[in-house]
Design a protein around this ligand. Structure first.
Ligand code: FCB
Length: 451
C-alpha cells in the first residue's frame, strides 16, 4: 500500500509544505529537568489517565532527540512541527532555564542544517503548575506571563524558526481542561471555560506583536481544532442544534481571532458563564495572523437536546471509526475548509494536524498500518478538493511522528507513523512512515525534473 501525491494537486507543488508533528509533553520525558506542568499533577489524580501513566519518561525524546531528528530527516519531509515546554523554559522564580532553551536550539540547528523548516508551537497544553496554582487560565495574568515567555523564546531562537504558533487548540485547553475536566487541570464548570478561552486568546493576541518584533522573518499564527457538525435528521430543531454546537465549539474560537467579536451566542449566555472582557481586549485578540492552523480528525452528528439545545452523538455503528472511536470522514475536512472560507476572510490555511489512531502491532519488525495510509490518502484528497474550490492552503502535517502519550488515554492509543516500543524505547517505521517517505522522495524527484 502506497501513498501518492495526486497529479496536479496542491500536494505536488514544491511550495506546499508537508511535515510531521509532535508536542512536548507527549514525547519529551526528562521531567526532572523542568518545572512541573499541570499534566504532571493531573496524571497523579487517581483515574484521570486511562492506563495510570504519566509523562515522566514518555518517548524519552530529550535523551533520544538525535535519533528522532534523524528519523524526521529520513522521511524527506519539508517541515517538522513541535512544541516548546513552557515549564522547561520559565522557572517559578522568574528566571530562564538556559539548559531548556539549549535543548530546543540544538533541535532547531539540526533542522536548519538539514533544510527542514521548523514549526514551533509555544503552548501545547503544558502550563507550568506554578501558574495553575495562581489560577491558571482563569487568571488574566497568565496571558501576560505567556507573552513574557514568548519573548524569551523568540529572542533566543532568532531566525532559526520558520513558523510560530502561539497556542495549539485552545478549545481543548479551555473546554476539556476547565468545563468537562477530562484534561488538566481537571476543573469542571460551565462558569469556567469561556473565561479560560478569553484569557487564552488574549495570551495569543499579546504574544503576536512580540513574535513579530523578535522574529520578524518568521510567520506567526495560531492552531485551532475544528469538528464540523451535521444534523442527525432534517428536522429544524436538529439543524438549530448544529448551529449551537458550531457556535460553542468552533466559531467561539475562530471568530474573535478573525473578526474581533465573539459569536452572537455571547448575549444568550448566563451571566456566570460570560468571559470578563476588558476594553481593548478584542482588538488585541484579533491581531493579524500570517496563517491559520487547522487540526482535523473527525466530524460529528448532532441532535436537539440537553439544556443548551444540542447533543453530540457517537458515530453510528455502521460507519468506519478509528481506534479513538472517531468516524473516518474525509469529506468533513473539505466541508470545514469551505465553510471557514465562506464565513471569513481567511489568512493562508495550514493543516497542522491530521492522522488516526490504529491498534498497531509490531510483528516480525513490521507494522502494517494500511488503514492509516488510507486515511492519510483520503484526507490529502479532501484538502486538495478544498484548494480546488478556492481555499488557500499552504501545508499539511501528519499527526504524529511518534506514538506518544495521548493525554487522558495515556499510552493506549497509537497515532504515530513510527512505532514506539515503550519498554525498550525502540522506534520502528510503520508502513505509513515508509509510504510517506517514498511519496516525498518521488515528489522531490518530479520537482527536480520540472526545474
Ligand atoms: C489533538 C492534539 C494532539 C493529539 C491529537 C490526537 O487534539 O493537538 O496533541 O492528542 O489530538
Amino acid at each position: 500500500m502506497k501513498l501518492s501525491v495526486p497529479a496536479g494537486s496542491i500536494f505536488a507543488s514544491p511550495d506546499f509544505t508537508i511535515g510531521v508533528a509532535t508536542s512536548s509533553f507527549q514525547i519529551e520525558g526528562a521531567a526532572d529537568a523542568r518545572e512541573a506542568s499541570i499534566w504532571d499533577t493531573f496524571c497523579r489524580q487517581p483515574g484521570a489517565i486511562a492506563d495510570n501513566s504519566n509523562g515522566l519518561v514518555a518517548c524519552d525524546h530529550v535523551n533520544r532527540w538525535q535519533e528522532d531528528m534523524a528519523l524526521v530527516a529520513s522521511l524527506n519531509v519539508d517541515a517538522y512541527r513541535f512544541s516548546v515546554s513552557w515549564p522547561r523554559i520559565m522557572r517559578n522564580d522568574g528566571s530562564v532555564n538556559q539548559d531548556g532553551l539549549a535543548f530546543y536550539t540544538q533541535l532547531l540547528d539540526f533542522l536548519n542544517a538539514h533544510n527542514i523548516k521548523a514549526y514551533v508551537t509555544l503552548y501545547h497544553w503544558d502550563l507550568p503548575q506554578y501558574l495553575e496554582d495562581r489560577g491558571g487560565w482563569l487568571n488574566r495574568d497568565t496571558a501576560r506571563e505567556f507573552a513574557r515567555y514568548a519573548e524569551v523564546v523568540a529572542k533566543a531562537f532568532g531566525n532559526r524558526v520558520y513558523s510560530y504558533a502561539t497556542l495549539n487548540e485552545p478549545f481543548c485547553s479551555a473546554y476539556l481542561g476547565y468545563e468537562t475536566g477530562v484534561h488538566a487541570p481537571g476543573k469542571a464548570s460551565r462558569a469556567y471555560s469561556k473565561k479560560a478561552v478569553h484569557h487564552l486568546l488574549l495570551a495569543h493576541g499579546l504574544a503576536m506583536p512580540i513574535l513579530r518584533k523578535c522574529a520578524p522573518d518568521a510567520e506567526s499564527g495560531i492552531v485551532l481544532n475544528f469538528t464540523p457538525y451535521y444534523p442527525a435528521s432534517e428536522s429544524p430543531s436538529d439543524k438549530t442544534a448544529v448551529k449551537l454546537a458550531h457556535a460553542h465549539h468552533n466559531d467561539w474560537y475562530v471568530r474573535p481571532l478573525l473578526t474581533g467579536e465573539y459569536p452572537a451566542l455571547l448575549d444568550d449566555l448566563p451571566e456566570e458563564e460570560k468571559p470578563e472582557i476588558v476594553s481593548g481586549d478584542m482588538q488585541i485578540i484579533s491581531a493579524e495572523n500570517d496563517y491559520l492552523g487547522v487540526n482535523y480528525y473527525t466530524r460529528a452528528k448532532v441532535r436537539h437536546g440537553d439544556d443548551r439545545g444540542f447533543e453530540i452523538l457517537e458515530p453510528a455503528s455502521e460507519v468506519q471509526t478509528t481506534a479513538m472511536g472517531w468516524e473516518v470522514y474525509p469529506q468533513g475536512l473539505t466541508d470545514l475548509l469551505l465553510q471557514l472560507h465562506r464565513d471569513f476572510t481567511l489568512p493562508p490555511v495550514l493543516i497542522t494536524e491530521n492522522g488516526m489512531a490504529c491498534d498497531d502491532t509490531l510483528i516480525d519488525g513490521k507494522v502494517e498500518d494500511v488503514k492509516r495510509i488510507e486515511y492519510l490518502q483520503s484526507h490529502m484528497g479532501a484538502v486538495d478538493q478544498a484548494a480546488r474550490e478556492g481555499v488557500h492552503i499552504t501545508g499539511y502535517f501528519v499527526w504524529s511522528l511518534l506514538d506518544n502519550f495521548e493525554w487522558a488515554l495515556g499510552y493506549t492509543k497509537r497515532f504515530g507513523i513510527v512505532y514506539v516500543d515503550y519498554p525498550t524505547q525502540q522506534r520502528t517505521l510503520k508502513q505509513s512512515a515508509k509510504a510517506l517517505r517514498s511519496m516525498l522522495a518521488t515528489r522531490s524527484a518530479q520537482a527536480e525534473l520540472q526545474d
